[in-house]
Design a protein around this ligand. Structure first.
Ligand code: SF4
Length: 203
């Protein structure tokens, strides 16, 4: 009986040797003396330079920081917005009669250029998230004045389902101005009191 082509033994393929991977060259040991020389030549001068720059910067900051703080607290930029009738008094304070800008108080329309939020009217739950968004968009350091009875505690509408009973439920308030509405003189007085508060807090 002859073997069928299927059953015929297959020719053995010669085993091929897997070429050995070249071994990574072992890093030559750096003599200790060279490390010391490198340290003395490069690391120590660089560290000295960085330390000197840091001390100079801290010194500059110590000298200039009080000047920046003084300039900042004497030029508060309130957000240019209005919520209700108190906003009319807010607007009047910037007119020719009271001229709030002589205190360096300049309303800005972008919250990113403001450091003071004057909440001047009734805050409803509908507008609450927008108020918080505007506050979050203001850069630090920032302050909040609750102007009038509505912003302070809901005012005549504090029992209404739609009114926030005080804006301190939403954002941290630094100063309250009483009145319904407070007159522009009261708003200016509030701003001067806030400047005093900032000075006392050393912010
Ligand atoms: S406190 Fe009085 S004036 Fe001011 S928003 Fe409320 S109701 Fe209007």
């Amino acid at each position: 009986m002859s073997a069928s082509p299927e059953n015929a033994p297959r020719p053995q393929t010669p085993a091929t040797a897997i070429p050995a991977l070249p071994m990574a060259d072992a890093a030559p040991a750096v003599p200790f003396i060279e490390i010391e020389a490198l340290r003395a030549e490069q690391f120590i001068p660089a560290a000295k330079e960085a330390l000197g720059a840091m001390i100079a910067e801290q010194g500059r900051d110590k000298l200039t920081r009080p000047i920046f703080n003084w300039a900042g607290r004497n030029s508060l930029f309130p957000l240019h917005w209005g919520l209700a009738c108190c906003a009319i008094e807010f607007a009047a304070a910037f007119g020719a009669r009271w001229d709030a800008e002589r205190f360096g108080v300049v309303p800005r329309s972008s919250p990113r250029q403001c450091d003071l939020m004057i909440v001047n009217g009734t805050v409803t739950w509908k507008v609450a998230h927008k108020l918080v968004t505007l506050y979050e968009q203001m850069p630090e350091p920032k302050w909040v004045i609750a102007m009038g009875n509505c912003a302070t505690g809901g005012g005549p509408f504090r029992t209404a389902y739609s009114v926030v009973p005080g804006v301190d439920k939403l954002v941290p308030v630094d100063l309250y101005i009483a009145g319904c509405p407070p007159r522009p003189e009261a708003m200016l007085d509030g701003i001067l009191k806030l400047e005093q508060l900032i000075r006392e807090r050393k912010e």
